[in-house]
Ligand binder design. Sequence first.
Ligand code: F6P
Length: 548
Amino acid sequence: MALKSINPTTTKAWSKLQAHFKTIEHKHLKDLFAEHDNRAKNMTITWDDFYVDYSKHRISSETLALLIDLANEVDLKDAMSKYFGGDAINKTEGREVLHTALRNPETAKVTVDGNNVMPEIFEVKHKIKDFSNAVINGEVKSYTNKSFTDIVNIGIGGSDLGPAMVVDALAYYKNHLKTHFVSNVDGDHVNEVIKHLNPETTLFVIVSKTFTTQETLSNANTIREWFLKDAPRDAVSKHFVAVSTNIEKVKAFGIDENNVFPMWNWVGGRFSLWSAVGLSISLSVGFENFEGLLLGAHKMDEHFRTEDFDNNIPVITALLSVWYNNFFHAESEAVISYSQYLNQFATYLQQGIMESNGKTIDRNGDAITYQTGTIIWGEPGSNSQHAFFQLMHQGSKLIPAEFIGFASSLHGNQDHQDKLMSNFFAQTEALMNGKSKEAVIAELKSQKLSEEKIMELAPFKVFEGNKPTTTILIEKLTPESLGKLIALYEHKIFVQGIIWNIFSYDQFGVELGKQLANSILKELQEEKMVNEHDDSTKNLIAFYKNRD
Ligand code: F6P
């Protein structure tokens, strides 16, 4: 069954939220805290090893109730049952959206076109397990009968960002295999990676759902040519494996059918790390840890599916984001992880969030009249404090932020951990409370400055505060907790897409540039004019072609 199409701005809750917004807009968080003793406790969700505090948001209990009314009026529950139940909710591509099935237990039943897909999911999982174990243990040998030392994941977008982020995030759990990622069609990327590699001991994993992506195929071809400089042609089958839905194209590339790890059309690229796209993860940290990741995601699926909206982490975080996006008109959101291991987390989320919800046509096919997808960005703390936090604290833009931290460190250096966490707690407190003019003046007085100097400097040192943040504090970074965290954002994306009445699972917006690049490539390489260009593009191409 199709998703319902309900314009959120026509709901009663939306009108009420608009009126209610006027009562909250100018309120300071400090006053909201002063109004209710139990605010922090009431606005915290504790679940498993997660402690999610959203009390530092510019909301009251009434805001929350109205946002939940909005979710009910757009029938989020109905949409959720279609999402988990395997309805073709990716209507524009005629597909189901079933990344959640990939982390289900084997006993679950999920049907696509009348067939239960769980047995084939587990067949591929067993293949991933056997292959990962054999490579890690050195049972699978190279063409010169050596054990593999290096893995290269060749893919782009969802076929790169998920595995790359997770391999980095789980570096603490890594085995001896060195994992590399080649994605950009910029030849300098592939060359920088292969220049350090020994072809005799390197395994290449080509990941492409379609197996038609220009970047991935160019990189795979370049790597195969480089490999064949030393190796005989039949060695390709020992060193190249592929993850794809397009088995014919994989075979045409020269990969042995036994070395193909299938995936399915009902898994979107940006939600695919749980499928065989995660092969590099399983090779890097072992299948057991890969399973831990899946288990964590499944636990979050169950939390999202069964918990009441007012205690539901993905629902609450999505509703808060809608509140700022559509009522405060905030344009972007920051995700700040206080863990160097999550270095690539914001980059990974950028594809998930912006490729999914960067849409302007609603589910009726009409142009929308309200804002949709937020711009997402971020870098780990404490580094980012020394980069862009100035703008978050004193800039003119409202930037709601999610702070993610882990209570226990992995390496056990308690002094570093205490310093990291003191920064983590201090920043959200500072963003909320700011610093008043009185406090600034008192501080300057204590430095024995002249009255004149104090008055001159004071305005620059005042922090308005009132900057909203969510704190997601997790016990420890493990494969399981990481799985929960990633799934939380997947469901947040889903909830937002439902409220904004858009289709979150297609990505037609990336096609135009790809098509134009293909025709311009012909003009660059074959000297033939394919398209008429505007003067600017024409001049740029001419400058490129006519350089010495
Ligand atoms: O950028 C568009 C896109 O289709 C992404 O959605 C996808 O993750 C990426 O390209 C790679 O596609 P494929 O896995 O088919 O090579």
